[in-house]
Ligand binder design. Structure first.
Ligand SMILES: NC(=O)c1ccc[n+]([C@@H]2O[C@H](COP(=O)([O-])OP(=O)(O)OC[C@H]3O[C@@H](n4cnc5c(N)ncnc54)[C@H](O)[C@@H]3O)[C@@H](O)[C@H]2O)c1
Length: 294
């Protein structure tokens, strides 16, 4: 069985903010990356960002020009599914929709016949066991090589990779995923497949509680954020962080926790839901809890 050291080419499926970052760190770790997306616009944006970030790294003396050029040359951008065929590892980072992940993993299992090719997903909330079952329905045995490889945003900066084993994931696939994350310069930590894994199981209820505190008039967002940054040494307060993640994503993850853990204490705060209904989704729409137009 190939080891993490022998991975030559990673196919990154979905070239949005996460997929683009994953392709970038693969390339800077000496691994070829095939960036696949259904939207040419996402690929163009990812390519422009890669060029900008590498140029900045050279400018700041964090990277040699030759290394930056080689890394950029290691990334190909494509809307053609078949171009991924040569990869020996896949990281799926497409839009967070269970129906879409199902469709993608059926097709990945059919495309990647070689049982040594790991089919990883960067999902932040969807069950790995469920995604494994999708792969299994595409090809018998493929569920064993499906695993959660959960990077954090922004990928080139954040050290953590949460490695999530589904019910059918083998120990060998888990170990190889941990090894590959280390090769990509990350600190991996393993978790089992329960709703929200570890990161969102712990983080999201805290963010949700901050919305309750605001709704009940305990304090205002600026003060709540200041209390959490100055008193608990959090680098960002819960509202700043929620705006960065996207308030719609926060509601989505709370829904997954409430359903998956079958407990109403994980219901999204009505005030958080109202902001989403009003289109105030955070940084990406220019306004969430805070106003970024100012
Ligand atoms: N944003 C975060 O902070 C964060 C953190 C960790 C994990 N994630 C997870 O990473 C994944 C991607 O999130 P994102 O924030 O990069 O989203 P995004 O919206 O920035 O990018 C998603 C990309 O997927 C593409 N896509 C849609 N359907 C596709 C298909 N069938 N095949 C290939 N590409 C397709 C879209 O065109 C888009 O470019 C999600 O599963 C999300 O839960 C996100």
């Amino acid at each position: 069985m190939p080891t993490a050291d022998t991975v030559n080419t990673i196919a990154v499926l979905g070239a949005g903010q996460m997929g683009g970052g994953i392709a970038q760190i693969a390339a800077t770790s000496g691994i070829d990356a095939i960036c696949y997306d259904v939207q040419q616009a996402s690929l163009d944006k990812a390519k422009a960002l890669h060029e900008k970030l590498m140029a900045r790294a050279v400018e700041k003396g964090r990277m040699e020009r030759g290394d930056a050029d080689s890394a950029l040359q290691r990334i190909v951008y494509t809307t053609n599914w078949d171009d991924m065929g040569e990869a020996d590892w896949v990281v799926e980072a497409a839009t967070e929709r269970a129906d879409l992940k199902h469709e993608i993993f059926v097709k990945l299992a059919q495309t990647f016949e070689n049982p040594s090719v790991v089919l990883a997903t960067n999902t932040s909330s969807i069950s790995i066991t469920q995604i494994g079952a999708s792969a299994e329905s595409g090809r018998s045995g493929a569920g064993e090589r499906v695993i959660g490889m959960h990077f954090f945003n922004p990928v080139p900066v954040m050290k953590l990779v949460e490695v999530i084993k589904g019910l059918t994931t083998t120990e060998d696939v888990t170990q190889r995923t941990i090894d590959l994350a280390v090769r990509m310069g990350k600190d991996p930590h393993a978790a089992n497949d329960r709703a929200g894994f570890v990161s969102n199981r712990v983080l999201m209820p805290m963010i949700n509680e901050a919305f309750y505190a605001w709704m009940e008039g305990v304090s205002e967002p600026e003060d709540i954020d200041a209390i959490m940054t100055k008193g608990m040494a959090h680098p960002m307060g819960p509202f700043r962080l929620a705006d960065f993640i996207g308030l719609d994503t926060c509601v989505h993850i709370m829904d997954v926790l409430a359903e998956g853990l079958n407990n109403d204490r994980y219901r999204a705060c009505p005030l958080l839901k109202n902001l989403v209904t009003a289109g105030r989704l955070g940084n990406k729409t220019g306004r969430g809890v805070f106003d970024y137009a100012k």
